[in-house]
Design a protein around this ligand. Structure first.
Ligand SMILES: *Cc1c(COP(=O)(O)O)cnc(C)c1O
Length: 360
């Protein structure tokens, strides 16, 4: 039986990816120079279609990095003189905090219990805070922040740069990019592409902050510093040889998503995640880890398994159905199931049926 991947990243490829990979090989995409006209045209097409899919305003730049993890270091080096605040509610939000702290900055971590999210509406941010980091979809626990709360937070806190990790949720949440300054993701999660490409979007406030830090001498000018990325992005290029194949594929898959209709994709996400949470609520051995409905992710469902998650994961794998184990300390206690745009309603229904029939 062919393997199906419901793992939270890498995951199943977007269902059109295979054809696009074949087309890319036929048209020599992996061999073209990243300084050629053909590349520049392809890069521009990808960023334009991605901007359209995400409804990115004009004042945002799209930059490419090696991964989302890289973006944490670049932000530490280029956007923070000293003081940042990090809303931590799991391992990924914590890693951003750790990265900034390791650059010797005063990174203030505010911790919410795993499986919950922060009360953004009552959070207070003092004057000297330069940057606030939030993981909209904390992939390690399945806790997600509603877009409305993100928007209200910004309305109350206009001063700091507000950067949102949407690595495992884009393009599902309907973000208003006017309510944040930077957002980043990696392509191997919800976009269903091979790993090895990070996408970093940022507005002019980020660029201005970087320029200020540069004149002060508080800026680290790495090969992928934000000002270099911005300068090259204006020419539809990158600072170094990028993952050309993946930049091509991202444009193609984003176009397919646009053609299908982002509204349709978001409707299906709601339906698929409702199926998963219904399973977690009705199955005698499963329990949704995120108890507050408001904070439940629509792309990564996480459940605790009575007696441990290993036997369920193994039994499903024997049937070719690959789901994720828990993250970090929850490794053998939980399951994590991705319902990304590539996962059809029928595939999620099949997975739910199989789990209901299994004896584990
Ligand atoms: C996967 C993930 C990351 C890291 O992405 P990489 O591609 O491994 O760098 C960061 N944040 C969240 C929420 C993630 O799910």
């Amino acid at each position: 039986m062919k393997n199906m991947f419901f793992t939270p990243g890498p995951s199943a490829l977007y269902f059109t990816a295979e054809q696009h990979i074949k087309d890319a090989l036929k048209s020599d995409i992996p061999s073209i120079s990243h300084r050629s006209k053909a590349y520049v045209k392809m890069h521009q097409e990808t960023t334009e279609v991605l901007s359209e899919l995400l409804q990115l305003p004009e004042n945002f730049t799209i930059g490419f990095t090696s991964s989302a993890t890289e973006v944490w270091d670049r932000m530490s080096e280029n956007l923070i003189r000293n003081h940042s605040v990090h809303f931590i509610n799991g391992d990924f939000s914590k890693k951003f905090h750790t990265a900034v702290a390791s650059h010797g900055k005063n990174a203030e971590g505010r911790i919410a219990e795993a499986g919950t999210h922060h009360d953004l509406l009552s959070a207070t941010i003092s004057e000297e805070v330069e940057l606030v980091g939030l993981a909209q979809n904390e992939t390690s626990t399945g806790a997600a922040m509603p877009v409305e709360d993100i928007n209200s937070f910004r309305d109350k806190n206009k001063n700091p740069l507000f950067v949102v990790d949407a690595v495992s949720s884009l393009p599902i949440p309907d973000f208003d990019f006017n309510k944040l300054d930077s957002m980043y993701f990696s392509v191997q999660k919800s976009f269903g592409l091979p790993a090895g490409l990070g996408v970093w979007t940022f507005n002019e406030r980020c660029v201005e902050k970087a320029e200020l830090l540069k004149t002060e001498g508080n800026y680290h000018d790495s090969y992928n510093s934000i000002l270099k990325i911005a300068k090259m992005a204006a020419k539809h290029q990158t600072t170094c040889t990028p993952n050309v194949l993946n930049i091509y594929l991202l444009g193609k898959v984003a176009k397919d998503m646009l053609d299908k209709g982002i509204g349709q994709i978001r409707q299906e996400a709601k339906y698929k995640s409702a199926l998963l949470y219904n399973l977690f609520e009705t199955h005698p051995k499963l329990n949704a880890f995120v108890s507050e409905k408001k904070f439940r992710s629509q792309t990564v469902g996480v459940a605790e398994v009575d007696g441990g998650s290993e036997s369920l994961i193994q039994a499903l794998a024997k049937k070719g159905l690959n789901i994720g184990n828990g993250y970090g300390e929850f490794k053998n206690k939980q399951i994590r199931i991705a319902s990304f745009p590539t996962h059809s309603k029928e595939q999620i229904e099949l997975l739910v049926d199989e789990i209901n029939q299994l004896d584990f």
